[in-house]
Design a protein around this ligand. Structure first.
Ligand SMILES: O=c1ccn([C@H]2C[C@H](O)[C@@H](COP(=O)(O)O)O2)c(=O)[nH]1
Ligand SMILES: [Zn+2]
Length: 162
């Protein structure tokens, strides 16, 4: 008779939780986005979160969403979680991999995802779904044959004491 645990987390729970854990590193006060790239055989290849590029200090660059001067907003500086995860990968090709992300990718990330050869996107939040950026992402994914599916929340609470 097997003594195997039965309440272990699923692959989807595991990778989305890792993506969200990465997002907890973000200094963005409004949207903390995390990403986890996984091989076709379920090995974690890379992770990323939204943040300013190396050398661009969180103490000198702005996290504001709105300002009459665009140079005083975060948007022109922040590197998105998906791009960071792609750029953080040091192993060669991401061809055929899967990408878990806590927020649906914007059009710029969609381009990078497609060009990196990532084949599947599993996303959680889709709060910007009616924006031209996300609509463009979906059109590009469909044209490029990148599958995207909404993460089905189990609503399980995972408690980690650190
Ligand atoms: O594909 C994406 C889209 C957005 N992000 C990051 C970029 C920003 O830091 C936030 C969005 O900020 P809002 O205040 O919600 O406009 O999310 C990303 O990492 N990936
Ligand atoms: Zn993006």
């Amino acid at each position: 008779m097997s003594d195997k645990r039965e309440d272990y987390i699923s692959w989807d729970e595991y990778f989305m939780a890792v993506a969200k854990l990465a997002g907890m590193r973000s200094k963005d006060p409004n949207s903390q986005v995390g990403c986890c790239i996984v091989s076709a055989d379920n090995k974690i290849l890379s992770m990323g979160y939204n943040g300013f590029p190396r050398g661009c200090s969180d103490d000198s660059f702005p996290w504001a969403r709105e300002n009459p001067d665009p140079l005083k907003t975060k948007y022109v500086y922040v590197t998105h979680s998906e791009l960071n995860a792609i750029l953080n990968y040091r192993g060669g090709s991401l061809e055929g991999s899967k990408l878990y992300v806590s927020l649906f990718p914007c059009n710029e990330c969609a381009k990078a995802i497609i060009q990196a050869g990532i084949r599947t996107v599993i996303y959680d939040d889709d709060k910007y779904d009616k924006t031209p950026s996300v609509m463009a992402s979906k059109m590009m994914f469909q044209a490029a044959g990148v599958e995207f599916r909404h993460y089905k929340r189990s609503n399980r609470k995972l408690v980690i004491t650190v």
